[in-house]
Design a protein around this ligand. Sequence first.
Ligand SMILES: *[C@@H]1O[C@H](CO)[C@@H](O)[C@H](O)[C@H]1NC(C)=O
Ligand SMILES: *[C@@H]1O[C@H](CO)[C@@H](O)[C@H](O)[C@H]1NC(C)=O
Ligand SMILES: *[C@@H]1O[C@H](CO)[C@@H](O)[C@H](O)[C@H]1NC(C)=O
Ligand SMILES: *[C@@H]1O[C@H](CO)[C@@H](O)[C@H](O)[C@H]1NC(C)=O
Ligand SMILES: *[C@@H]1O[C@H](CO)[C@@H](O)[C@H](O)[C@H]1NC(C)=O
Ligand SMILES: *[C@@H]1O[C@H](CO)[C@@H](O)[C@H](O)[C@H]1NC(C)=O
Length: 741
Amino acid sequence: MVSLLSLLSGAAVAQAAAVIAPRASTTYPAIDTALTVSTPTATVISEIDTSKSTYDRLTPMVGGEPFFYNGIQLRADKLQEQWGMSDDAVAEIYQMVADAGYTHVISQISWLNIQPDSTFNATKSTYIRGGTSAELNFGTSTSVKIGYHSGDESNKMLTYVQFNFSSYTADDIDAARLRFYVNLEATSDTAFIGTLYGITDNSWDPSTMTWTSGAPNHDGVDVTGTLNGDYFVASSSPSWDLLQGVQYYDFDCSDFIKNHTTDGIASFVLQAQINATSMVGITMDSSRGTHPPQLVLSSKSTWDWTYLDKLLGWIEAAGLKCELIWFGTETTGTTMDTRVPYHVFTHTKNYEVASDGTVSAVMLKSTEPMYGVYWYYMDKNDLTLRALEKSALKTLFNYIGARDTANGSPKTVIGVEVANEPAFARFYGSAYTPWENPETWGRLSLFASVSDFAARTMWEFCVNLANGVKESDYPVWTRTNDYTSTDAPNIVYNELMRADTAVGTSLDFVGLDPYQDSRTFVYNFGHENFTLGQAWDMSLGKNLPVIMENGGSYSDAYALPIAALAGGSFYDVYEMYGPDNFGLYVPADETTGNYTPVARGSYISPVIHNNQFFNKMAVDLATRQSIRAGGTTLDFYNVLGTNDDITGTFGSVGITYTEINGGAGVSIVRSTNELVIGANSAATFTLSGIVPYGIASVQKGAYVDNVWVESGSASYSTSGDNITIELIAYDVIRILTTTAV
Ligand SMILES: *[C@@H]1O[C@H](CO)[C@@H](O)[C@H](O)[C@H]1NC(C)=O
Ligand SMILES: *[C@@H]1O[C@H](CO)[C@@H](O)[C@H](O)[C@H]1NC(C)=O
Ligand SMILES: *[C@@H]1O[C@H](CO)[C@@H](O)[C@H](O)[C@H]1NC(C)=O
Ligand SMILES: *[C@@H]1O[C@H](CO)[C@@H](O)[C@H](O)[C@H]1NC(C)=O
Ligand SMILES: *[C@@H]1O[C@H](CO)[C@@H](O)[C@H](O)[C@H]1NC(C)=O
Ligand SMILES: *[C@@H]1O[C@H](CO)[C@@H](O)[C@H](O)[C@H]1NC(C)=O
């Protein structure tokens, strides 16, 4: 069994992938012919201003105001599920994000978070055994067993298990499964089929029953009674998930639970494959074991906002904004059972039948249940599933809207990533041939290639989800993030559709998770076509270029965001703190379970100061395109640390930047008599020829909500018509002239 755990960091894993060649839109027929792009009818909370009419760059807008996009990811799920951190400890990390000067935090919300399944541990269990054990009771054992050997009565065993779900309060039961934990490898390592029967007799007593007395519905190892009267076949192990190794095994029991249980009590018998001619058998945890059998009930119509309220509560307490990452059916190429309610899986086709009749799983199974046990590859062209997931996102954002209104409209949620590192036809970690579901791949023949089909599929899948957000009462910008070797990069096709006025798009932008620790790389990101396995042009069309995830562990992390801005893109860090080991902070001592966060290195203080430096001129950084990326009023100096581009202009005044400690500088021409300069390390700026225009003031300070707030005067020296201003690190200085330069 492949260990999936190591493959699931937030980081992209380098893999070979098919390059998708963009084609004209006419060669891409619709898969869902009813799909159109939704536009909001409710007041827009956030959007990307792509008009370049008010501002000369693509500008993120929140509540009608420019928003400086400078974020970091914080995976509260991982902090709690993997590190066991308390709510209070997680709340403190959000506060650290705010104190570190980030304008927003990016955190996950899964479908399972808002539609949690209800889990019931077995209340009773035992097994019975024939032959020499026929009179023995195993009701106090921490294990239960099933087994069969045609010639050996002593090796025939049946397991009985009962659940009491009378406390279940959800509106409906749409689906149910029973999960057993196999705690010992199968006898002789022989894989076999288990069959789960539901029985209507709930009166059996595990403390007394034996093979010969008190055990209902059996005659030896045969399950007996009236089929579909007092016993029912719930399900059997599929060929790709035979009982064998130590791990969890699920049996669907939706129909039995829905149709044949009353008063919230359900009894089951699990039986080993009884046609085996040599011994088959396995041992599972009983209701007394460490991993008791569990009944999982899933409701389609019940929503639970407890987790979301808690998450947004942490974020609001820290005074942060957030982008949500939607963990639905598509996260890093898989549909994980820890992120998606069980009812969704029962609507997912999870096997394929080859032309020769061979049945195989469209599923991987993890032995590391931290990230779930069953990973399905959802068919992104299954329109039933698409509709279900769109409705979930719309319901989520309707709730967020109602919550926002009730809380005085803080507009905490400013955007959503509708799919995280989505992939078309492959699980992370194992190459996977595109799965041709005969029921939904009927339109493949209309496409010139599987690549074309992939591009269209991925676009429709993402737009369908984005539509759910746009149609909600709380429309925010929608985005995805690709990873560098994905098999279906979305950007080219999304821009093709956006450019086609008859089509358009509701997917506002596509970012990339490059994981590149190079100033030159992040500088090029916002304005150049670059190659990382395949060609990427993140500034294509009207796409807002954003580095979505880049390591917080990089020692150059303080210098990368300004290089990104200079190149025309925005920048997000992966991550503040967390088990993926990309964080700005690391645990004080993970081996002893001391999860007090400590700065990973001496570069963290500059990272924080750099953010605070940006915030002194946030609106200008949000709204002005860098001159290096085609703008006219925002200039950067020495962002690569190679004395690159150290001269600029303020009208006819020349600007010369001289670094002292290797840092980068910035200048902003706000008007014909207002210049702003700053540097993230000690530096001097010489403004040549400025004196004749009259120096009205030279002040140190910051723009707060785009209004200058002075914090002191700044000294400068004059030499002829020139002035030279000395800056200490993170200074922002405003120079006003008495006449227009
Ligand atoms: C089920 O049992 C496990 C293991 O004993 C326990 O950790 C868990 O809290 C139980 N769950 C419920 C819902 O009682
Ligand atoms: C089921 O659990 C409820 C409490 O949730 C209890 O009142 C009831 O007696 C239980 N039923 C059985 C058959 O154990
Ligand atoms: C349960 O009921 C549904 C709808 O009434 C029916 O389609 C299904 O076959 C039933 N299943 C069982 C196991 O009785
Ligand atoms: C036993 O029965 C199962 C299910 O009925 C079948 O798939 C399998 O091939 C049979 N095995 C043998 C050895 O007959
Ligand atoms: C980007 O580079 C690739 C490969 O070099 C090329 O096919 C593509 O046309 C380029 N795109 C743009 C927008 O220049
Ligand atoms: C003013 O600056 C310009 C450009 O750097 C330089 O050529 C000139 O010599 C300077 N003048 C004085 C008086 O320092």
